[in-house]
Design a protein around this ligand. Sequence first.
Ligand SMILES: *[C@@H]1O[C@H](CO)[C@@H](O)[C@H](O)[C@H]1NC(C)=O
Length: 110
Amino acid sequence: MTIIHIVLFEWKSTALPEQIQEACKRMLALSEQCIHPTSQKPYIKSFTGGKNNSREGQADPYTHGFVVEFESAEDRDYYAFKDPAHQDFIKFAGEVANGVKVVDYEPGKV
Ligand SMILES: *[C@@H]1O[C@H](CO)[C@@H](O)[C@H](O)[C@H]1NC(C)=O
């Protein structure tokens, strides 16, 4: 049961461009750094993200978006609440993020 996890970031007005770059780089690096506690292997199925380039005018205040795909709700829960690599990232990003939105779904389940 695939789970898609969507994350949108708004940065603090005081955040430097280099800090935002660093946060985005670290976020993307989680695809390799998040290791499954049992298999000891990376468990995230796909991980993409980048700077908003929408022309619809609806992005504000979120300037960066990420989409993460998990194999199961269990993997998503481990990532969200336990994975030490992700917890470290949350601490780092918390210094520069002003707001975060997260929506998860199982494709087609409405
Ligand atoms: C989103 O991207 C568009 C196109 O680059 C830009 O005009 C707009 O200001 C951006 N909005 C945000 C909130 O990043």
